[in-house]
Ligand binder design. Structure first.
Ligand SMILES: Cc1cc2nc3c(=O)[nH]c(=O)nc-3n(C[C@H](O)[C@H](O)[C@H](O)COP(=O)(O)OP(=O)(O)OC[C@H]3O[C@@H](n4cnc5c(N)ncnc54)[C@H](O)[C@@H]3O)c2cc1C
Length: 401
């Protein structure tokens, strides 16, 4: 016999899990399905997880509303109030700091596993969410009036709509023939946790240079030892050779790539290399189905905005579906789901275009472009109003659209 819900959410990653908690607050009955077992084993500091996310003010506020942020141990959060970006091929640089915008911080760095664990702990307390873990959708049928799905465990579920939050390689997106615009960034990102010789000064450091795009993102210090999470985006062949280097040689390369601002003492978590691809679904909705988070769009991590965009999707979807539920509308109806698409698509496209432009601007090493780029950066650095606007956008406090 089929079990009946208002929504089936597939994918309990950061985006799907947060959407389940916030939608459940509107008394919606939710089935949350994930192929993962939901058990996030945390590494012990200073061996911080090598996958981290810079969380914006708006995302933090959403996580607070969900009662999730409050559960994250303080010693696993690194807030930063400065950001320094520079051109390794010239003398242009831009400083952002929280004070210019009267914000307490520009953002917070949290390990993905820590956030996922807190989301899962919270979900286990919510009565109107049923978890189907280590499970996947075997088959499903969609229509304007609802969805019927069979899970690999044999459970049969019915709901008004299905939310695809199953990440960048979304099976639901491909199975339901959502068209995408996508291309390779020609970059792989190497991520790792490293120890540095001195304090990171609660600052996110980012170099755009000959050695690729390199970010040193602050992590909590332990016993006066200092750590950062790196995201080093380089062409795939270069990533292969960096991954093949012995740790000492890798640390030396990092020291030069960050313009000798820090001595790199060691790597505390295994390096990972992740191929980067820009992807954007042309439509986010079909009758009975909606895409959110990485299932709908992926962007270059250079500005740390992917998950934040996903959280903004969650905010938009919760607003639309809660209102529709109060009005007694069918949640899977195209006219309801299109309201979500209208609310989110422009903003997501604007961010994707912005990331692409940034990546291209800094990819060229032709002297005339490098010179112009550096002049531009210096001018921008003195334009406080423009910097305030960009910070507000990155914090999720203003939109492009
Ligand atoms: C190097 C790098 C650095 C980044 N840094 C930042 C940053 O600083 N700030 C930021 O905002 N963003 C950042 N991002 C982007 C961010 O990591 C993603 O946008 C975010 O993790 C997407 O979350 P999601 O929940 O949509 O997808 P995912 O985290 O991929 O979750 C998808 C979930 O779906 C489940 N799943 C998948 N397929 C199935 C299936 N068939 N059946 C059932 N379950 C399934 C998976 O188990 C998983 O739990 C970065 C990305 C990269 C690559």
């Amino acid at each position: 016999m089929a079990k009946s819900y208002d929504l089936i959410i597939v994918g309990a990653g950061m985006v799907g899990a947060l959407s389940a908690i916030l939608l459940a607050k509107s008394s919606l009955r939710i089935a949350l399905v994930d192929k993962h077992d939901g058990d996030y084993r945390l590494s012990t500091p200073p061996a911080y997880d090598s996958r981290v996310s810079a969380i914006s003010s708006q995302s933090k506020a959403l996580l607070e509303t969900a009662g999730v942020w409050q559960g994250i141990p303080l010693e696993r959060i690194a807030s930063y109030d400065n950001m320094v970006v520079w051109d390794g091929l010239g003398d242009g640089h831009v400083d952002f700091n929280a004070e210019t915008t009267s914000m307490l911080e520009l953002g917070c760095l949290v390990e993905n596993a820590v956030l996922n664990q807190q989301l899962m702990l919270k979900i286990r307390d919510v009565k109107n969410i049923d978890l189907y873990l280590s499970d996947t959708l075997e088959s499903h049928e969609l229509s304007e009036s609802g969805v019927r799905a069979e899970l690999s465990s044999g459970h049969v579920l019915e709901a008004q709509a299905i939310v695809a939050a199953d990440g960048a390689m979304s099976k639901l997106r491909t199975e339901n023939a959502f068209d995408t615009v996508e291309w390779d960034y020609g970059h792989s990102a190497i991520v790792a946790t490293i120890e540095i010789d001195k304090s990171h000064q609660n600052t996110a450091w980012q170099s755009f240079g000959e050695e690729g795009i390199l970010a040193f993102l602050p992590l909590p210090s332990v016993d006066q030892r200092h750590f950062v999470s790196i995201v080093w985006s380089v062409p795939p062949k270069e990533a292969e050779s960096l991954m093949a280097l012995e740790v000492d040689a890798f640390c030396r390369r990092l020291h030069y790539a960050i313009d000798k601002r820090f001595d790199v003492l060691g790597v505390t978590q295994a390096r990972q290399s992740i191929p980067l691809r820009q992807r954007h679904a042309k439509e986010y909705v079909k009758p009975g189905m909606v895409l959110i988070g990485d299932a709908a769009h992926t962007i270059h991590p250079l500005a740390g905005q992917g998950a934040n965009l996903g959280f903004s999707d969650v905010k938009g979807l919760v607003e639309v579906l809660s209102k529709a539920h109060r009005r007694g509308e069918c949640l899977g109806a195209s006219n309801v789901l299109r309201r979500y698409q209208r609310a989110r698509m422009l903003d997501n496209i604007a961010m994707s275009v912005g990331m692409e432009a940034f990546k291209r601007l800094f990819s060229t090493q032709q002297p005339v472009f490098v010179q112009l780029r550096n002049i531009g950066m210096k001018r921008f650095n003195h334009d406080v109003a423009l910097k305030q606007k960009l910070i507000a956008r990155a914090a999720g406090l203003a939109s492009f659209s």
